[in-house]
Design a binder for this molecule. Structure first.
Ligand SMILES: Cc1cc2nc3c(=O)[nH]c(=O)nc-3n(C[C@H](O)[C@H](O)[C@H](O)COP(=O)(O)O)c2cc1C
Length: 342
């Protein structure tokens, strides 16, 4: 199976919901939520891609790096490369029924497993979505991390308990989904959390013996609030530009958030990462691990498990090559020194 074949097939099956553009930058799909685009003008999605494109590396050639180490461990989960597949749900309404949701999530987690990575899994309003996700997580231990919506405490904890029963060791919450038009359309909006609410969510997760990731942070104060609430990891993210128009690219805000909390909690990031080269840029800016969203949707729809594994291996090999060319021996040693004029 070749990448071109996967992309052609995904374009066909997505029936216009994703055009599988030469560069996935949110231009053609501006405002398409539901769909694969960014909210409103689509500028938040585009800012993610543009912020990464603006970064340049220092090429370094006098060193001994031949076979850089890509492997890492985050919250007890093992990664062959510091790449996590972002949770993507609502395949029926976002991807025009390109494939059944269950098959999509299975392809993503099984493909991640094959390549030694980990994938996020979605939660949604019908309970069946999380039940299907957890069935997959159970069959692929430590390869699927469910991301629960920030529901009210009792509903949130009931879902965390389901995750624990499915054998998950880590659970996430996409706090920024309070801005999702799709939840409002279904009549189940979720609401912002204050510091006490956050501590409550964190305690609920820890009571069940799991580690807790909060996804969707864009400002230092919120990252510090998560740290103080006992959260174990954050994902710097604007939900792929889908929850608020006119926000910066995540690569613009990552250095400040990482400087505030890194070392005391794991720092992940996503938004506009389109290659292993982009992964290294995010690591250089302070991430421990980098999430990738839409490209893996194309991989899953166009190539199933095999397509996901192929994309994952391609990202890892691009990352390795970029590390050789910048003299970076280990993903944990990436830093701002890798970037030109930063
Ligand atoms: C169609 C679609 C559905 C998504 N569903 C979810 C979801 O259910 N839960 C979640 O935490 N993030 C969700 N996201 C956000 C992704 O996990 C991720 O943050 C984003 O796609 C990263 O940006 P990228 O696609 O440019 O890589 C979704 C994104 C898209 C495009």
């Amino acid at each position: 199976m070749e990448i071109k074949e996967i992309r052609d097939r995904a374009r066909q099956l997505a029936k216009g919901s994703c055009r599988v553009c030469p560069v996935c930058d949110g231009r053609v799909c501006s405002g398409e939520v539901p769909g694969m685009g960014g909210a409103g003008s689509g500028v938040s999605f585009r800012n993610n891609v543009e912020a990464l494109a603006a970064l340049r590396f220092n090429t370094r050639l006098v060193h001994e790096v031949r076979d850089p180490n890509l492997a890492t461990e985050i919250l007890g989960l093992k990664f062959a490369a510091p790449i996590m597949i972002g949770p993507i749900g609502g395949i029926s309404f976002n991807l025009n029924d390109a494939m059944p949701e269950k098959d999509y999530q299975e392809a993503v987690v099984a493909g991640a497993e094959e390549a030694g990575l980990v994938a996020g899994l979605p939660d949604a309003v019908p309970l069946a979505v999380l039940e299907a996700a957890l069935d997959i997580a159970r069959r692929h231990p430590n390869r699927g991390v469910p991301f629960i919506k920030p529901w009210e405490p009792a509903d949130f904890e009931a879902k965390v308990e389901m995750c624990a029963r499915a054998g998950c060791r880590v659970v996430g919450c996409d706090l920024d989904s309070i801005g999702l038009i799709t939840l409002r359309k279904m009549g189940h909006p979720a609401y912002a959390k204050n510091r006490r609410d956050l501590a409550g969510l964190s305690d609920a997760v820890h009571r069940h013996g799991l580690k807790f990731i909060i996804k969707g942070l864009m400002v230092v104060e919120d990252a510090v609030a998560c740290l103080e609430a006992g959260v174990d990891a954050i994902v710097v993210s604007n939900h792929g530009g889908r929850v608020l128009d006119s926000v910066p690219g995540t690569a613009e805000v990552l250095p400040a958030l990482a400087a505030a909390v890194r070392g005391r909690m794991a720092v992940m990031v996503d938004g506009g990462v389109r290659s292993g080269v982009d992964v290294l840029k995010m690591l250089a800016l302070g991430a421990d691990c980098v999430m990738v969203g839409r490209p893996f949707s194309i991989a899953a729809v166009g190539g199933g498990r095999e397509g996901v594994a192929l994309y994952a291996r391609t990202y890892a090999s691009q990352l390795s090559q970029a590390m050789i060319m910048t003299g970076c021996a280990d993903v944990r040693e990436a830093g701002l020194h890798l970037l030109y004029d930063y």
